[in-house]
Design a protein around this ligand. Sequence first.
Ligand code: ASP
Length: 317
Amino acid sequence: MTAPVLALHGGCGTLAQELLPTAEWDEVRAHLAQALRAGWSVLRAGGSAVHAVEATVVVLEDSPHFNAGHGAALTRDAQHELDASLMDGATLQAGAVCTVRRIRNPIRAARAVMEHSGCVLLSGPAGDDFAEQQGLAMVDNHWFTTPRRVKALADIQAGRAGGAIRPVSEADRHGTVGAVARDAAGHLAAGTSTGGFNDKPPGRVGDSPLIGAGTYAMNGVCAVSCTGMGERFIRHVAAYDIAARMRYAHHTLEQAASHLVHDLMHQHRIGAGLVAVDAQGQVQAPFNTLGMARGWIDATGQLRVATHQEIFDAGRA
Ligand code: ASP
């Protein structure tokens, strides 16, 4: 038996602290803690890392505060196209969906693809139809829409038309949610879910549903979920690069994760972040932006959540 570990992120595109009322930041942290508790209850009952990651991400998808599920970014034509993936480090099995429009919780569809489709990735209407056949909850596309995303899209599009209302921040464009876990059997898993970025071209697929780019898990090495401009993460096969550095160059998770976020992505001027756990249960959550919603539960069952630099105790699991 190993001690279970769970960590999550809610995207590296966090707004400056002064832009939201304190009560709203309190709610963001409460949702992070709720997501951690959902995953932890799976791990505590002896459930798998895969199941715990799914349970954690579902809560973040249902929260309006994060760019995944309800609250997801809008495409250029004001639709939602969602991407998600899940990977089991014990078997290297993985499942993903991309550009789906009707699945309430895309991470559940990623798990269904992994377990029941014989494929790794299902796209667009085929992904939606598969999820429906699997009996997953389906919603209208506008169910994902929140006033904040509508306003951000309008601002971006007004800016492009030459009448910028205010500069577009990383937070208006970006976000993603993800989780990593090690279960009592020592198995690792990672999952990621996103709406991509506001004003993305229809049909655009980011790193989040691509195994190796935004998500990767391998027992004995690490589990990783990334956030930031996906195109760069795809080109660097970022999540797998962390595992490869650990396997072949014997870097620690801290060295490999820090290199990706603070050296590589920073050099490209890319806002980036990730959460990761290694086989020993060490958690890393580096980011190079103003903030990254994040949280973890350590082996003693203590919850910690944060949006900017300050880390808050959020009680016991
Ligand atoms: N990685 C996501 C994507 O490119 C977005 C983000 O995390 O900000 O779709």
